[in-house]
Design a protein around this ligand. Structure first.
Ligand SMILES: [Zn+2]
Length: 134
């Protein structure tokens, strides 16, 4: 009697967030996982995020900056969380190009193109911070 081949299992890697079928897509996943880990070493863990992490960060950031009861500094941090989620998506879409624009440059470009993205007091703080840094 022949041993049956390993049953295919749909799985998701906790390191890189890649959803795949094991064992068929093992190689594809391994290549993606290596790429992501190299990107984390280069750009830092806080800028190389999985889809799920990006969505969570944006959601949390939005709930913070929209809460007018919080001090301005915290709301600015909330806006930065949201912008980080967008930056992480663009960085991923670039294939983790090492020449991808810095976070500061990305932030200032975003503020310039979307002046009504945040309430004036948050916008002003972000502008002060990143128009100097970039
Ligand atoms: Zn992985």
């Amino acid at each position: 009697m022949k041993t049956k081949a390993t049953k295919a299992i749909a799985t998701r890697c906790e390191i890189c967030g890649y959803g795949y079928v094991f064992p068929q897509d093992r190689k594809e996943h391994a290549a993606y996982c290596r790429k992501l880990q190299r990107a984390r070493q280069f750009f830092g863990d806080d800028l190389v995020l999985t889809y799920h992490q990006r969505e969570e960060l944006k959601k949390l950031g939005r709930s913070i900056w929209q809460n007018e009861a919080l001090p301005l500094g915290e709301r600015v941090d909330g806006a930065l969380m949201e912008i980080t989620g967008w930056y992480a998506r663009s960085l991923a879409e670039s294939g983790y190009n090492r020449k991808f624009e810095s976070f500061g440059k990305y932030a200032i470009k975003l503020l310039r193109s979307s002046p009504r993205l945040y309430p004036t007091e948050i916008y002003t703080e972000l502008w002060k911070r990143y128009s100097v840094a970039s």
